[in-house]
Design a binder for this molecule. Structure first.
Ligand SMILES: C[S@@+](CC[C@H](N)C(=O)[O-])C[C@H]1O[C@@H](n2cnc3c(N)ncnc32)[C@H](O)[C@@H]1O
Length: 405
């Protein structure tokens, strides 16, 4: 039987009890003939309550932590209420004692340097389907609370049940009651994350989602008729089928770009961040947001992860522009992208900043000092009609530039 636990009443509207008592179906989907099909039976999913952490989970957690550290002071000082949802919360800790994503999310506020200025009511919603993990999650949260009491503006709600069944009940239908919401969607496989549900999150102003999709597994099973319904649910249509005609990296790439396209039908910006354990491609975090500021902060978070534990990270949003995230970025790649975009044109520094943010994997902070300044010093870039007194290598607003041909 599903249960709900919370430190304060949440949500304000009563939850329909039938949705909280649905029997768990495991990772299955309703097949064409109406019976439930276990499409992920072959996936290496841990059976124990807590399991050993791996390098790509650590990488996911670094991104999550980095983004929330930037997101919380922005929205937490501009809105009266904000919300963080972990749709596949897990037990809150790993076998070696490492924190799970709910604890990382809570610590992002509890340990935030700007916590005193974050006045919004912050509601956390943690959803976990398995009873033993749900109970362990509550223990993990209580253990954290015992060490670091939660401030009065932090409201924690845990939900026992399935993300696809509980999430539609969490977002109130009334548009005006919807606080800025960040959802972390981190299943083991790909079922129970229908695009229809993701689109209902992404389609709302101030809602954003970080979705983990293990594309190599999908690529492995994509020919199997048993997965058809689950993939159509995941993508929201049948576009995934194009991957069947392809193999290897091309198949993963088709699945990746198809998922990005599906997300872009519902939100304004999507970035695909690849975590590559041992160099393998395709374990991808997709971030969707309608906020340019959110995009900027997520890119900063992505650039701040250090390669660790044999993991490489790359932005794979555009296969022609794949960029490895590393402590010393390859700024010549960014200069090339700028050259291609503004070839022969006079462009403003504002246009360049927008392009870097929207159209490249690079962060805004990579533009002026690290890319434009050396290009100008080497004579590859010049300022057009610069303001009197402008110093070379500085780019105040209104500066206009042109690359040498
Ligand atoms: C990859 S783990 C989550 C790990 C966690 N997000 C973290 O980073 O520490 C996926 C979790 O989702 C749970 N789960 C599986 N299907 C679910 C569903 N339909 N709804 C909610 N939770 C589910 C599993 O029991 C498991 O604990």
């Amino acid at each position: 039987m599903g249960r709900t636990a919370m430190t304060r009443e949440y949500p304000k509207k009563p939850m329909p009890t039938d949705a909280m008592t649905q029997p768990s179906q495991g990772d299955s989907v309703v097949g064409a003939k109406g019976h439930r099909v276990d499409v992920e039976a072959h996936l290496p999913k841990p059976k124990d309550t807590c399991w050993r952490i791996d390098s790509h989970t650590l990488a996911k957690h670094r991104i999550l932590r980095g983004y929330l550290q930037a997101w919380l002071p922005i929205v937490g000082t501009s809105f009266p209420r904000i919300r963080l949802i972990d749709g596949f919360a897990g037990p809150g800790r790993y076998a070696g004692g490492e924190p799970g994503s709910p604890i990382i999310m809570l610590r992002a506020i509890l340990e935030h340097a700007a916590r005193a200025t974050i006045s919004a009511e912050i509601t956390f919603v943690f959803i976990e389907e398995r009873e033993d993990r749900f109970e362990e999650l509550q223990r993990s949260i209580n253990a954290l609370r015992a060490v670091t009491p939660f401030p009065a503006n932090v409201v924690v709600g845990t939900r026992h049940g399935r993300f696809d069944q509980l999430m539609p009940l969490i977002a109130p239908a009334d548009e005006t009651q919807r606080p800025p919401t960040f959802a972390f969607i981190d299943p083991f496989g790909w079922t129970d994350v229908p695009m229809k549900l993701n689109s209902s999150i992404l389609g709302i102003d101030h809602y954003e989602a970080l979705i983990y999709v293990p594309l190599p597994f999908i690529a492995r099973f994509v020919d199997d008729p048993a997965v058809e319904d689950s993939l159509t649910l995941l993508y929201g249509d049948e576009t995934w089928r194009t991957a069947r005609a392809l193999s290897g990296e091309a198949r993963i790439e088709a699945l990746r770009s198809g998922f990005e396209t599906a997300m872009l039908k519902h939100t304004d910006y999507v970035r695909a961040f690849d975590i590559r354990p041992d160099g393998n491609r395709g374990y991808t975090l997709f971030f969707g947001t309608r906020s340019l500021r959110g995009l900027e902060k997520m890119k900063d978070a992505m650039w701040s992860v250090d390669p660790a534990g044999g993991c490489l990270y790359s932005d794979t949003t555009d296969p022609n522009q794949e960029v490895l995230f590393r402590p010393e970025p390859d700024f010549s790649q960014l200069e090339l992208m700028l050259r291609q975009r503004f070839a022969g044109e006079v462009f403003s520094i504002e246009a360049a900043e927008l392009f870097v943010l929207e159209g490249t994997p690079f962060a805004k902070s990579h533009l002026k000092r690290r890319t434009l300044k050396p290009a100008e010093a080497a004579g590859r870039l010049s300022a057009v009609d610069p303001a009197p007194g402008r110093q070379r290598g500085t780019y105040p607003s209104g500066t206009r530039l042109r690359f040498q041909t």
